[in-house]
Design a protein around this ligand. Structure first.
Ligand code: AP5
Ligand code: ZN
Length: 206
């Protein structure tokens, strides 16, 4: 299937994308990871790092190109972190058709708690949380033994900016899919396993 996973920063897109990839064998197409892996790439608009560390959107031409190349190679996919504004949504409509559009719905207060408490494995990318999802041994990944780090953009100030950018730019994208009758809303405040159960149902019914 071709799945679009929408949600605010910290809603659980990365966490649930992993489940979809494992459960359905699709490609994980994520602009966030792609940009983090190419933070210092020189473009005519500067480097991704400058935007990401400020919590701003990286310019559309840079991300559109990443997504178009990744989707060209993918059969089924879960798209995570894109589109983030209406112009990206229009671009996406020209390059592919979607089977399912899902929103992971989470309150702002909970988003701040999740993002500021998140720790990420520097080796395999698995997410942990200082309260909700602690590793067996502090600072060490359960799965691969890698070191857990805090993302550069998970400090309080940048989180606040990311949530404002989401409200202003990405909420209209959600409204657009909702108005088109395409949006399936899932309660993202449930524990991860329950979110996954709802998500599987949505995929089966798509
Ligand atoms: P990106 O990497 O896409 O970050 P994001 O959208 O801010 O999303 P996150 O990865 O922070 O959160 P998530 O929803 O994946 O949550 P997670 O599963 O980790 O983008 C980063 C930056 O790149 C942007 O700011 C921008 O600069 C740039 N960028 C990316 N795409 C772009 C685009 N299209 N256009 C322009 N610029 C772009 O979960 C969060 C935490 O909560 C974890 O600790 C996890 O363990 C925990 N958790 C997850 N689920 C649950 C649950 N159900 N209950 C309790 N805790 C949970
Ligand atoms: Zn790891």
């Amino acid at each position: 299937p071709k799945i679009l996973l929408l949600g605010a920063p910290g809603a659980g897109k990365g966490t649930q994308s992993k489940n979809i990839v494992e459960g359905y064998g699709v490609a994980h197409v994520t602009t966030g990871d792609a940009l983090r892996a190419n933070k210092d790439m020189e473009t005519e608009h500067g480097t991704p790092r400058e935007y990401m560390e400020a919590g701003e959107l990286v310019p559309d031409p840079v991300v559109n190109e990443i997504v178009e190349a990744a989707l060209a190679e993918a059969g089924g996919f879960v798209l995570d972190g894109y589109p983030r504004n209406l112009s990206q949504a229009e671009y996406l409509e020209d390059i592919t058709e979607l089977d399912l559009v899902v929103l992971l719905d989470v309150d702002r207060e909970e988003l701040v708690r999740r993002l500021t408490g998140r720790r990420v494995c520097s080796e395999c990318g698995r997410n942990f949380h200082v309260e909700f999802d602690q590793p067996e041994e502090e600072g060490v990944c359960d799965e691969c033994g890698g070191e857990l780090i805090q993302r550069d953009d998970d400090n309080e100030e940048t989180v606040k900016e990311r949530l404002e950018v989401f409200e202003e730019n990405t909420q209209p994208v959600i409204d657009h899919y909702e108005a088109a009758g395409q949006l399936v809303r899932i309660d993202g405040e449930q524990p991860p396993g329950e979110v996954w159960t709802d998500l599987e149902d949505a995929i089966e019914n798509a």
